[in-house]
Design a protein around this ligand. Structure first.
Ligand SMILES: Cc1cc2nc3c(=O)[nH]c(=O)nc-3n(C[C@H](O)[C@H](O)[C@H](O)COP(=O)(O)O)c2cc1C
Length: 198
């Protein structure tokens, strides 16, 4: 099987993560930077902005997420939510994916004909970048899962790390050592999914 297919199939949502990763923080950092750098964007606009949180900063993220969720979660459901968030904090780190809305706005002004497309392309570029980082971390032996606590945590994240207000948080990729494998995955019938013509 081609190597690419092995890498693609190896990536799964891994929820039981730990801190025992063999890569150094700097290695993870440079891997993520390389992947983001080489992930395509519309018009090569490079709208992706990325914040990498390790250890204490990662813990801070999941603490502030808990603080943000508490007032909006029914009290009887909160213990489950809290346990889930504490699960994320057991991992090694989190990659925060943002899009720079200033760049998107600038493109809309510059290329009025495509104005409606730029926010869509920005989302698409973010999604494929998230996927590429997820694949690269998986290929490097790390597990990860993708979360979306935005926009609930946006203000707290922006304040905590003094980030530009034009950076719009799109996703959080939690990563760490794999402490339990993902379960079996079901796939839909191929006949409902594809059409091929010659
Ligand atoms: C766009 C997108 C959004 C997702 N959002 C979440 C999420 O908010 N929380 C979560 O636990 N998983 C999230 N996932 C993970 C999916 O549930 C998961 O990828 C899917 O069930 C297939 O499982 P696999 O990742 O193990 O292949 C998301 C995945 C994608 C592609």
């Amino acid at each position: 099987m081609p190597e690419f297919m092995n890498i693609l199939k190896k990536r799964r949502s891994i929820y039981t993560l730990g801190k025992e990763v063999s890569l150094k923080d700097e290695e993870i950092e440079s891997l993520i930077k390389e992947v983001v750098k080489h992930s395509p964007t519309a018009f090569n606009s490079q709208t992706q902005r990325v914040v990498i949180l390790f250890d204490k900063a990662h813990q801070k993220l999941w603490d502030l997420t808990e603080t943000a969720l508490k007032p909006v979660t029914p009290p009887e459901a909160f213990p489950n939510t809290q346990a889930k968030l504490q699960g994320f904090s057991q991992a090694k780190g989190t990659v925060l994916f943002f899009e720079d809305t200033d760049i998107v706005k600038g493109l809309q002004e510059q290329f009025a004909l495509y104005a409606d497309n730029f926010p869509v392309w920005s989302e698409q570029a973010s999604g494929l970048t998230q996927s590429n980082v997820w694949l690269a971390l998986s290929e490097a032996g790390l597990g990860a899962n993708l979360q979306h606590y935005n926009p609930l945590i946006d203000a707290a994240v922006q304040k905590e790390w003094s980030l530009p207000t034009t950076w719009s948080l799109r996703a959080q990729l939690v990563f760490g050592s794999i402490e339990a494998d993902a379960g079996e995955k079901e796939f839909m019938d191929e006949t409902d999914r594809y059409q091929v013509f010659h």
